[in-house]
Design a protein around this ligand. Structure first.
Ligand SMILES: Cc1cc2nc3c(=O)[nH]c(=O)nc-3n(C[C@H](O)[C@H](O)[C@H](O)COP(=O)(O)OP(=O)(O)OC[C@H]3O[C@@H](n4cnc5c(N)ncnc54)[C@H](O)[C@@H]3O)c2cc1C
Length: 485
């Protein structure tokens, strides 16, 4: 019997799990995929927002700034990689400058300080590749994070503080008898006193297993393009566009590992698991992005992908105990869910405290050592050396497995020994960057499969790219078609 069962191993489930691991209670995370971070958490902009634009008076407005201010300390403890590079919201005419003033007013109400409008001269000084913008809202508190590394770090730390994770376990039904919940999964039943529903786009379905329907999720897909490592230098800040009657525009940003990323658009979907991409949409995104940063080089595109926002029909985050007592919904967590996650976790802990006692876990260790050390261009070895290291003996820890990102055998073995059994090459990719480079895993994927299979004494054909439960590979636009234009 568990005190708490959390359904969903995305950033919300893992933040809550890590927060609750500070207490001496029995907690389990139940995840239908074979790893954490397989839903929206792996496919988004990775921005820790300043918290100025989420409407004041909403839960998004309440949690986003509160989440933002917790990131520095979290990163010190968990080493997932976070950098406060600041953000700009560009204005292209005087009407948009007026909108920026309204955004500042909203930000102030959300307690965001140090917001200011800068003119074109200042803008060009701090962001030299900018287009025709006449000014911008500058927020120095915004940052970039690798969202899956953040989620993995939370899960690993929760595991080392005694939270259990059960993977490949799809919650199919929930029953309640004598105040105890029985969660029925494809791998058997789990009993718990409290249930926390953090099932992302599926959170309406999970809520309806025990409550009368009171909201539904509207899946909204967003597509992205990723450019080669190093091209992130094209911009120094997260560059947004001012929302206007045509929409919110798209962003251009360096990623934490210095790729350039542009996107997303917003498409309401019938199929919540459709993360395919489309060439017309991607070209439209590039066109919009070039309004902010002209002359993006298509030949540097290395990947395109899509993620789906779990927009709730109540138009805000839903974070509350439901009519079914001791069942907490943390649903409809669309953007800025990554940003808000640490503050949401603290609030959910308060909700739990109203239900059961939370004695302190005196052995709680807040720290986790990093998995990936960020490499700058200067840290990269010359190709001649790389070619030698590629050919080292298969068991040599110094052998380079991924040529593009220069990932070594020892880095992959380390990732396989951190508490989560990883049986997909994507799982290794998110933990080591093997497969994140220009060739997108064509060279290293077979090598990675071999290492995983050997580690767990499994057959190589049982190691998949995406893991069991993630469905088939989404239909993505061929990179060469994007590079040609
Ligand atoms: C296009 C896009 C851009 C975004 N940009 C940003 C940004 O820049 N900054 C920001 O702060 N936020 C951003 N977000 C929002 C952020 O990504 C989400 O708020 C966050 O990832 C939600 O996390 P989650 O844990 O609720 O959902 P998920 O990550 O989707 O996790 C839910 C988990 O529940 C599991 N699950 C579902 N049903 C079941 C079941 N029946 N049984 C067991 N497990 C189940 C799923 O497999 C999944 O792993 C963006 C989102 C999108 C899509």
């Amino acid at each position: 019997m568990y005190d708490i069962a959390i359904i969903g191993g995305g950033v919300i489930g893992c933040s809550i799990a890590r927060e609750l691991s500070k207490y001496k209670i029995k907690t389990i995370v139940i995840e239908k995929d074979s790893d954490v971070s397989c839903g929206a958490t792996k496919a988004n902009s990775g921005i820790v927002h300043g918290g100025y634009d989420a409407k004041h008076g909403t839960k998004k407005g309440y949690f986003s700034h509160r989440g933002n201010i917790l990131f520095d300390q979290l990163n010190e403890e968990l080493n997932f990689g976070f950098e406060k590079i600041g953000s700009l919201v560009l204005a292209f005419d005087n009407e948009e400058i007026k909108t920026l003033s309204k955004i500042i007013e909203n930000g102030k109400k959300n307690n965001v300080e140090n917001l200011k409008i800068i003119d074109r001269e200042k803008l060009l000084e701090i962001e030299p590749n900018i287009g025709e913008a006449i000014g911008a809202l500058y927020c120095k508190e915004a940052g970039i994070v690798s969202p899956y590394e953040y989620c993995i770090a939370l899960a690993e730390n929760a595991i080392s503080n005694n939270v259990e994770f059960k993977f490949n376990s799809n919650v199919e039904n929930i029953e309640k008898t004598n105040d105890i919940y029985t969660i029925k999964t494809n791998l058997g039943e789990i009993n718990s006193k409290i249930v926390i529903n953090a099932a992302g786009v599926n959170s309406d379905v999970v809520s309806n297993m025990i409550n009368e329907e009171y909201f539904h999720i509207i899946p909204r897909k967003g597509e992205y393009l990723v450019y080669a490592k190093g091209y992130g230098d094209k911009v120094k800040h997260v560059v947004f566009q001012c929302p206007n009657e045509k929409g919110k525009g798209v962003l251009v940003t360096p990623t934490y590992h210095n790729n350039l990323m542009v996107g997303p658009d917003a498409q309401i979907m019938d199929d919540k698991y459709d993360t395919s991409t489309n060439i017309e949409n991607l070209f439209e995104i590039i066109e919009k992005a070039e309004k902010s940063i002209p002359n993006l080089e298509n030949k540097k595109i290395i990947r395109n992908f899509a993620g789906t926002r779990a927009t709730s029909s109540l138009h805000d985050f839903i974070i509350e105990e439901t009519k079914s007592k001791n069942f907490i919904n943390v649903a409809g967590i669309e953007s800025p869910g990554i940003t808000s996650s640490p503050a949401i976790a603290q609030y959910v802990r308060e909700l739990v405290e109203n239900i059961i006692e939370l004695p302190k876990n005196e052995k709680f260790n807040p720290n986790r050592k990093p998995n990936i050390i960020k490499k700058s261009e200067d840290d990269m070895l010359p190709m001649k050396v790389v070619n030698e290291l590629i050919n080292l003996d298969e068991n040599d820890p110094e052998r380079i497995v991924c040529r593009c990102e220069q990932v070594r055998q020892k880095d992959i073995l380390e990732a396989l020994n951190r508490g989560i059994k990883i049986t997909s090459t994507d799982g290794i990719k998110r933990r080591t960057r093997a497969g994140m480079g220009i060739c997108q895993g064509k060279f290293c994927e077979p090598r990675v499969k071999k290492i995983i299979a050997k580690r767990y004494n499994m057959k190589e054909e049982d190691i998949t790219t995406r893991g069991i439960g993630s469905g088939s590979e989404p239909n993505r636009v061929e990179i060469m078609k994007l590079r040609k234009k």
